[in-house]
Design a protein around this ligand. Structure first.
Ligand SMILES: [Zn+2]
Length: 379
């Protein structure tokens, strides 16, 4: 192993008395783009600035990352009293989720936006900072009006975790991959082994926590090597995961999205381990969202896009019980993963595309919940 090569990506900075290693691009790799538009709010500092300027919403720190960074949750709308007397799965076993949370036409719908738990996937962070700005001002950071989205903030309880993995985001040397090769995203997103070869998706999940055979620790993970998407949900390893699950249990969201990105066109991923009725709702929503992308001329999956309702492979486990599965089973929420393009050379999305994709997703989520609410009432 080339020791110099191992050390070069690392600079040590001292913040709040905690030693943190920040990854830098290796020699020969492109620099972080310098032509990022102002509206493209992709950094932890952008979150801090947005939180400080809020006047309508509130925020609180819900966890601290292994390197001492804050995990924030932002709240809009009064929280309802749900008269909980049982946890979700016990209430379902008693044949009525209302024993966990009473939700009827007099209670506000609740939507939960979970920002990126993978640090290199800054697109959801861009979207959520702009969403908070819309809640506060009616406009995104391009100055574009979103009156319908702003109106929803009066009708809903909204919870926003702008970023789910501040360690990973801070460690990622790139604020965007717009115009960069997918391989660079892969290298710093999933990281590299001691021999310099990339871990790549999905093999990057073969070692967890990601410790040992690691040259560059990918931005996927927090500083303890935990991938929140694949934590141990029956005994969570990361404080971030515990806090995310607690927010969901307390808030009882009608709908929850976990924001992700890949070098791809945008799409909802089916939640593989939820009941059939919930898979149908997710497939219905995913189809409508894709149609909105088509009608707006945004990157999309084509008119024949649809999600499978099939059960998992009957012979072998191929779909994991992941964070969005856990969120459903802890709370009953309609939870799913959304994948945005990164804007790599391969997927070709632009900065404008990425923000419009995010805001279109959010607007469709509000609309779907209003049109398709599920009530939990004591008979
Ligand atoms: Zn991801």
């Amino acid at each position: 192993m080339n020791t110099l090569r191992f050390l070069l990506p690392l600079t040590i900075c001292l913040i709040s008395g905690v030693l943190r290693a920040q990854t830098l691009p290796q020699a020969g790799d492109p620099a972080n783009p310098t032509d990022i538009p102002d509206f493209y709010k992709a950094t932890l500092a952008d979150i801090d600035a947005e939180l400080r300027s809020m006047t309508k919403g509130t925020y609180t720190q819900i966890a601290e990352s292994p390197s001492g960074l804050p995990l924030y949750a932002v709240y809009y709308g009064e929280k309802e009293e749900f008269h909980s007397q049982a946890n979700y799965n016990s209430a379902v076993a008693a044949r009525n989720p209302a024993f966990y949370a009473r939700k009827d036409s007099t209670t506000k719908p609740v939507v939960f936006f979970l920002g990126p738990v993978h640090g290199q996937e800054s697109e959801g962070l861009v979207g959520l900072v702009n969403l908070i700005h819309i809640a506060e001002t009616g406009k995104d950071y391009r100055g574009k009006d979103w009156p319908q989205i702003q109106k929803y903030f009066d009708q809903f309880r909204v919870i926003i975790i702008p970023h789910g993995n501040p360690d990973g985001r801070r460690r990622s040397p790139y604020d965007t991959f717009v115009g960069l090769p997918e391989d660079i995203m892969t290298k710093y997103g999933q990281g590299t082994k001691l021999d310099g070869s990339p871990w790549r998706w999905p093999h990057a999940k073969a070692l967890h926590p990601m410790k040992g055979n690691v040259e560059i620790l990918g931005a996927y993970y927090n500083d303890n090597g935990i991938n929140m998407m694949h934590d141990d949900f029956f005994s969570p390893m990361a404080e971030e995961t515990k806090a995310i699950l607690k927010v969901a249990r307390d808030e009882v969201p009608d709908m929850t999205v976990s924001l992700h990105s890949c070098s791809c066109t945008p799409f909802v991923i089916q939640n593989s381990h939820v009941p059939l009725f919930m898979k149908k709702r997710i497939a219905d929503f995913a189809k409508g969202l894709n149609n909105s992308f088509i009608s707006k001329g945004l990157p999309n999956r084509g008119e024949n896009f649809s999600l499978s309702l099939a059960d998992d492979d009957p012979d072998f486990p191929k779909a994991s019980f992941n964070l969005v599965s856990a969120l459903h089973h802890a709370t009953g929420t309609m939870s799913f993963t959304f994948e945005s393009p990164h804007g790599t050379i391969e997927d070709k999305a632009t900065y404008e595309n990425i923000l419009d994709i995010q805001l279109t997703l959010y607007q469709e989520m509000f609309e779907y919940v209003l049109a398709n609410r599920m009530y939990w009432e004591l008979k």
